[in-house]
Design a protein around this ligand. Structure first.
Ligand SMILES: Nc1ncnc2c1ncn2[C@@H]1O[C@H](COP(=O)(O)OP(=O)(O)O)[C@@H](O)[C@H]1O
Ligand SMILES: O=P(O)(O)OC[C@H]1O[C@](O)(COP(=O)(O)O)[C@@H](O)[C@@H]1O
Ligand SMILES: [Mg+2]
Length: 485
């Protein structure tokens, strides 16, 4: 048996510095697969659409801001239905699994994968894998059809369950092979996509006709390349309720402080966007922006000043912020089942530190601590996230039917694309505190940056003046992408 052609990334170079970071295809290692006409061509809803099928050469640029003479840069394959498919409807046996933490919209994605497979492609066999990766080998499966998923988008959580840990590649692929599954839809965050990538590698090594598709899920918005993750809007919206309550409490008490802790292990996007959306927040603390408590320019000094000027204030804290202040040695931090660091509760610690500071200095202060962390991710997705989930799911299904595999379905510059796994797993999306978006936040809250002149000048020194394109010519720090366009 000859080995698969190549495990190397598929890169296509074109004129003007055009680069296509392409995704694998089943024919890369199964070259003789037959094709079939796409059943959508007979579907009355689509047959009237002009150019419904995506052209093979369509691609989407990773960066839309370019310089006049700059290279065209990195592109991704445009998602959507293809004229030819590599699976017959009766042949498809699909499965869906959700892994990692919850996120609004999980049920919508499940619903829309099932609907797309059954309504668009006439697929009848779809399984839900119960409880994350370990469900492949340690639990039962849940048969899914349009009836079962009919109104699940109105509920938070995931009807097929989720878990951390339990990723055993061989057992998972054995289970896929034994059950005769040939399309695997894997919904989850950075850890999940890493897991999907190794499942895909093993499937390719075994030369199975199985498409492996990732759908990015992250409440923290820490997945690179994509514009933003589904459920993020909903989470930001839900966070407003906590911030509003914090503001009401703060306003009504003498020297009131409303203190809200939000999610965000390594990426402070939820805190940043919730702050920008609210306008009631006086200080936003995120993992990417170090801060200190005591002395000139510190947090305590700022709180005292803001209370003196306004009589109340609201602080929003991302759970990953200030961890270094709380526990000096992070080496001994325990891990969760997936290998993520288990964070200490910085919210409780910081609110107590603020209380202690005011008590020590005999100043009146009323702090109300609100921790809505799980509430913001357990809600059903809002209207715009529901639309987003639908498009993501449809794109994922079109790609698998067209024989693409080893990809994550994602929105890039407002367009649905297929992104190779390595681009999703190689870096993390973080708030860049030297970017304009963080500056916008600082100017909206008027909080100190907590950076000395030395910190900013050193950061600036490393940044190229115009970091526009990943053309290899400039060393751009990982992930400088803003969420909004
Ligand atoms: N490097 C990895 N290789 C294989 N599986 C992984 C890897 N990292 C995480 N996983 C698996 O992915 C699943 C979800 O990961 P986790 O980090 O908990 O959540 P998320 O995907 O939301 O980031 C878990 O079942 C975990 O075992
Ligand atoms: O308590 P759990 O379920 O482990 O989840 C907590 C973590 O989940 C998150 O929401 C993100 O998790 P994911 O990586 O699974 O998306 C973090 O913000 C938070 O630290
Ligand atoms: Mg994660």
């Amino acid at each position: 048996m000859s080995s698969p052609r190549s495990n190397k990334p598929k890169i296509v170079n074109g004129p003007g510095g055009y680069i296509l970071q392409d995704v694998p295809h089943l024919i890369d290692y199964l070259p003789d697969l037959p094709t079939y006409p796409n059943p959508l061509q007979d579907n009355p809803a689509y047959s009237v659409v002009k150019q419904y099928f995506v052209h093979a050469d369509d691609s989407v640029p990773e960066k839309v801001v370019v310089h006049k003479d700059g290279p065209r840069g990195v592109h991704f394959r445009r998602a959507g239905p293809r004229q030819k498919v590599y699976f017959e409807s009766d042949e498809v046996h699909a499965c869906i699994v959700t892994c990692g933490g919850l996120c609004p919209g999980l049920n919508t994605v499940i619903r829309e994968i099932v609907s797309s497979l059954s309504y668009m492609y006439g697929v009848k066999r779809i399984l839900g894998i119960d409880g994350g990766y370990r469900g492949f080998y340690a639990k039962n499966t849940i048969p899914l059809n349009s009836k079962v998923v009919n109104d699940i988008h109105k509920r938070g959580g995931t009807i097929i369950g989720t878990s951390r840990g339990g990723h055993d590649t061989n057992k998972i692929v054995d289970s896929i092979q034994d059950r005769g599954i040939n399309q695997v839809y894997i919904i989850g965050g950075d850890g999940t996509q890493r897991g999907a990538s190794v499942i895909f590698e093993e499937i390719r090594r075994r030369r199975l006709k199985v498409a492996v598709v990732g759908i990015p899920k992250t409440i923290d918005n820490d997945i690179p390349v994509i514009d933003k993750s589904f459920g993020f809007d909903t989470a930001v919206e839900e966070a407003q309720r906590a911030i509003n309550a914090a503001h009401v409490e703060a306003e009504s008490n003498e020297n009131g402080i409303g203190f809200v802790k939000l999610m965000g292990r390594y990426s402070g996007y939820i805190a940043m966007y919730a702050t920008l959306a609210s306008r009631d927040v006086d200080c936003c603390l995120i993992p990417e922006s170090p801060f200190y408590l005591e002395g000139e320019g510190g947090l305590f000094e700022f709180i005292e000043r803001r209370l003196k000027d306004h009589g109340h204030m609201v602080i929003v804290l991302a759970e990953g912020a200030g961890q270094d202040l709380m526990c000096k040695s992070m080496e001994s931090t325990p891990m969760d089942a997936s290998g993520n660091k288990l964070l200490k509760d910085v919210g409780l610690w910081l609110s107590q530190s603020i209380k202690d500071h005011f008590k020590k200095n005999k100043m009146v202060m009323n702090l109300k601590y609100i921790d809505p962390t799980y509430m913001i991710r357990a809600v059903p997705s809002n209207a715009s996230d529901n639309v987003y989930c639908t498009l993501l799911a449809q794109s994922a299904v079109h790609g698998a039917m067209a024989g693409y595999t080893g990809y994550t379905s994602g929105l890039v510059n407002g367009r649905q694309t297929y992104i190779p796994f390595y681009r999703i797993t190689e870096t993390q999306n973080n708030v860049v505190i030297t970017d304009r978006m963080w500056a916008r936040l600082l100017s909206s809250t008027n909080q100190p940056s907590f950076l000395g002149p030395k910190d900013t000048s050193e950061e600036k020194k490393e940044l190229p003046e115009t970091p526009l394109l990943d053309d290899g010519a400039v060393d751009i720090p990982p992930v400088t992408k803003e969420v909004t366009k």
